[in-house]
Write a protein that binds this ligand. Sequence first.
Ligand SMILES: Nc1ncnc2c1ncn2[C@@H]1O[C@H](COP(=O)(O)OP(=O)(O)O)[C@@H](O)[C@H]1O
Ligand SMILES: [Mg+2]
Length: 270
Amino acid sequence: MDVTVEDVTQVWPGRRGVDVVALDRFSHRFASRRFSCLLGPSGCGKSTLVQIVGGIETASSGRVRITDPAHREMVRPLGADSVMVWQNLNLFPWRSVLDNVAFGLEMQGISKTERHERSRTLLASVGLRGFEGHLPGQLSGGMRQRVALARALILERPIMLMDEPFGALDAQTKIVMQEELLRVFDETKKTIIFVTHAIEEAILLGDEVIVMTARPGRIKEVLPVDLPRPRSLEMVNSKAFGSLFDRAFHLIREEVMTSMAQQTMALETR
Ligand SMILES: Nc1ncnc2c1ncn2[C@@H]1O[C@H](COP(=O)(O)OP(=O)(O)O)[C@@H](O)[C@H]1O
Ligand SMILES: [Mg+2]
């Protein structure tokens, strides 16, 4: 599925009647089966954009079209083909791991036998065989993140929207989850929009890195990442990776400075 974002502007009502322009005429085509990373300073509108694409929020102006490349004339309703994965996992603490993963299928009215079977298979594929009966609170952060991933994958939606999903994990667990996600992407070839503020993560995972400006969020530059797949963490040491990192770092540095200046000004005028 292609996600075409056209001139999307989002204005949030701010404190004391001062509106916040979170996105300013953002346009980009997130192509089918491509892994796109949105990289930008805190507050530049990344979460806003994925929420609009996921149909959770409605843009102030502009539009988002979801289309199957084979049937471009048919525009799909927002949200119907995508699934969101957040850092804040929203697992049900009282439900077993198996029933958390099976939740989406339960909502679709799929029988218990089938949904449990499919959940078991998926849990095994993310390395959680044997934990089906556990409660989320009995698992480590990394394992809970795998449950959240399995719960998203079970819906088999062609678009996955990921908003800093690994932001709260420790460094080692994060590496393992990145590898897990790379494997999932190679196997399923979904359209992935992945939000991050970590430059290395964006380059390691993405086919392209969309560097955003400080608020109001616009596209500063799109960096194509032509590192071969399957990707591995060793690539971080390659020359190609190094030059992509330098370029992204240079771009993002300017924006982080702008963003920090904005925050200081906001404090002063409070
Ligand atoms: N629901 C909302 N209501 C009001 N303001 C919001 C809302 N969501 C986000 N904002 C504001 O919009 C700007 C962009 O936020 P966000 O999209 O969360 O940025 P990012 O994910 O890049 O950190 C911020 O200034 C934030 O405070
Ligand atoms: Mg955010």
